[in-house]
Design a protein around this ligand. Structure first.
Ligand code: DAH
Length: 360
């Protein structure tokens, strides 16, 4: 057996004997590292006569290739075994009984959204959804907010980078749930009665604003709809949601580009031990934006505004939750503070129903 064959046999035996990734790395350094045995052999080629080099070169290189292939294969096998072992120790047996210490709860926002869906379902409203990554047309243009409209600047929009090379409008994170009005009117025929709860985004952050928050939108499109229907619907909704009959509404003229006329809706409150409680009329606080859907919006969706009319409303879910359940800091909703969640969270089985009470 030549020296080269001898060295190859020894090294391959070491490779087979290496039982860990560290061991195989040590073999690699001993053979192919800077001062490794194979490297040293290859270096001797430099001092040889051309004839000798021609004779020995192929054998030395063949040795290097064989050893390096064996090390690579062994390393891959050891890595696969290590992964299998890790997967085996980290496996979760989903058939095991629930850990008795588990204390997850339903977040108040989820709870309130369920309550709202329950209240509106009773009035014949379906739940509609739309994407949070929205295009300019649905979020603004179709809602009668053209490009130069100041309302665009007011919304503090998060835009995505321009991927259209200036050819089209940039995508954005929806700034309100109103684009779901457009998506609904362009995809189904009236009569329409929907609510659309969901996340919305604005570049705004302080004690009363978070960059992500929740809104709920309402839309009714039918023949002969007027402000009276709007007022009755909102009154019925707020009575059911706050579980009080003494809810008093005040409609104030206002302006939104997508409604005409537009109204802001205040709800009366009473002072109980210095605290504002919804119900009565000691004072007023604003709870909703709403109005009759602008004929331009109806037309933008391909419907005839002479045939179809409707009303829309939108409000903050987070604020509705705070008013009903007495939280006073909006930011706490999104802090993931376990103590807060334990205190304000709802039990998973307390599903809101009109018969059981939507307050659970
Ligand atoms: N989209 C408005 C906002 O985010 C809220 C709103 C006002 C929605 C009036 C409506 C509406 O549907 O009719 O500020």
């Amino acid at each position: 057996m030549s020296d080269v064959d001898q060295l190859q046999a020894e090294l391959l035996a070491e490779v087979v004997g290496a039982g860990t990734l560290d061991a195989i790395e040590a073999v690699r350094v001993r053979a192919l590292g800077k001062s490794g045995s194979v490297t040293a052999l290859l270096k001797t080629l430099g001092g040889m006569s051309p004839e000798e080099r021609q004779a020995k070169g192929p054998a030395f290189n063949g040795l290097r290739e064989a050893v390096s292939a064996a090390i690579g294969a062994r390393k891959a096998a050891l890595e696969a075994a290590a992964l299998d072992a890790r997967l085996a120790t980290e496996a979760v047996d989903v058939t095991m009984p629930v850990w008795a210490g588990a204390t997850g709860s339903i977040h108040p926002i989820s709870q309130v959204m369920d309550e709202l869906a329950e209240v509106f379902a009773d009035m014949g409203f379906a739940v509609a959804t739309g994407p949070e990554i929205e295009d300019d047309w649905h979020n603004f243009t179709a809602l009668n907010i053209p490009e130069s409209h100041p309302a665009r600047a007011m919304h503090d929009t998060f835009y995505f980078p321009d991927t259209t090379d200036g050819e089209g409008a940039r995508m954005l994170l929806r700034t309100h749930t109103s684009p779901v009005q457009i998506r609904t009117m362009t995809s189904q025929q009236p009569p329409i009665r929907i609510i659309a709860p969901g996340r919305v985004y604005r570049s705004d952050s302080d004690a009363t604003h978070t960059p992500m928050f929740h809104q709920i939108e309402g839309l009714v499109i039918d023949r002969g709809i007027h402000l009276g229907h709007l007022k009755w619907t909102l009154e019925t909704f707020l009575k059911a949601y706050f579980e009080r009959d003494d809810i008093v509404l005040r409609l104030r003229p206002s302006y939104f580009p997508f409604t005409e006329p537009s109204v802001e809706v205040d709800v009366g409150y009473s002072l109980v031990n210095g605290q504002r409680v919804v119900g009565g009329s000691d004072g007023w606080m604003e709870v909703l934006g709403s109005g009759m859907v602008h004929p331009k919006v109806i037309a933008a969706c391909g419907l005839d505004p002479n045939e179809w009319q409707g009303f829309a409303f939108g409000t903050g879910v987070d604020r509705l939750a705070m008013l009903k359940y007495g939280m006073d800091d909006l930011r706490a909703f999104f802090d993931a503070d376990l103590l807060w969640l334990k205190h304000y969270g709802f039990r998973a089985l307390d599903v809101p129903t009109l018969s059981g009470g939507v307050g659970a």
